[in-house]
Ligand binder design. Structure first.
Ligand code: ADP
Ligand code: MG
Length: 273
């Protein structure tokens, strides 16, 4: 963690951006257990601005837990996560980290967009309302502007004509595209996807992957947990293979997928490819 506090302090005092502020997300030595079960066993990971990282790995390896920690839906036991050089869950005061209040955590969560496996749209709200009422959208922007932006985002993901429908009236693929629009509405620094297509009928997977591919092409910072290896190969700048709470190996797709250095990676790829 050397240099960490210097960077945090530089940020706080409004000093010029440090040389490595190109990192959108930095994860230092994160541990997380549930009772006796160690789920994250020392995760270190950096994601640069505009980078697309795909996380792959067996079920139960801690992928969802890691995403939930980045979004502060779970609290880490040890280690630190920075988004845009800000410590998640903490505020730096002098050289000490102070825990954020619930309200400040909600405010901070806006920096991280989250797209869930099961869409998690509000069933009692229309599609447009779902995007406008995105959690934490205590934005001080004029209502008209928020509505315009929501309609723009719905158009961008190809569901403009569903603005007044309710989630149950949409296909799974459409619902997931709405969920992506909702995540984008908060202009997050990083967008996290947790198996965004695994709840979809096979014929609906492509339309959601196409939207994610567009976001990648726009230069957004994306972290995608996925079992779609072909998609990861073609879209991600980097593949991270996790197993049993650790990053076993990471690198460009051609390296990790075609010439894995570790036996565990090879075994996983043989099982899924
Ligand atoms: P993955 O997403 O890679 O499949 P998860 O992060 O969901 O893995 O889960 C990792 C392990 O942590 C699993 O053994 C799971 O049962 C356990 N786990 C996840 N969340 C909880 C929780 N809230 N309480 C207890 N155990 C949990
Ligand atoms: Mg999972």
């Amino acid at each position: 963690m050397s240099g960490l506090f210097d960077r945090l302090r530089g940020r706080r005092s409004g000093a010029p951006a440090p040389a490595d502020s190109a990192d959108a997300l930095e994860i230092f030595g994160v541990h997380k257990s549930y009772g006796k079960l160690t789920v994250l066993d020392g995760i270190d990971l950096r994601v640069r601005r505009g980078e697309v990282v795909a996380i792959i790995g067996p079920s139960g390896s801690g992928k969802s837990t890691l995403l939930r920690c980045i979004n502060h839906l779970e609290k880490v036991d040890q280690g630190l996560i920075l988004v845009g050089a800000e410590p998640i869950g903490y505020r730096l005061q002098g050289t000490r980290l102070h825990e954020l209040s619930e309200r400040d955590i909600l405010r901070q969560r806006v920096k991280v967009g989250f797209v869930f496996q099961n869409f998690n749209l509000f069933p009692h709200l229309t599609v447009l309302q779902n995007v406008v009422e995105a959690p934490g959208s205590a934005q001080r922007r004029p209502r008209e502007e928020v509505l315009d932006r929501a309609r723009e985002l719905l158009a961008a993901v190809g569901v403009a004509d569903k603005a007044d429908a309710y989630p149950r009236q949409l296909s799974g693929g459409q619902q997931q595209r709405v969920a992506i629009a909702r995540a984008l509405a908060l202009e997050p620094e990083v967008l996290l996807f947790d198996e965004p297509t695994s709840a979809l009928d096979p014929e609906l997977v492509g339309e959601v992957l196409a939207v994610i591919r567009d976001l990648a092409a726009q230069g957004r910072t994306l972290v995608i947990v996925t079992h779609e290896i072909a998609f990861a190969r073609e879209t991600a700048d980097r593949i991270v293979f996790m197993d049993q709470g650790v990053v076993v190996e990471e690198g460009p797709p051609a390296q990790v997928l075609d010439r894995p250095a570790q036996d565990r990676t090879r075994a996983f790829l043989q099982a899924v490819l």
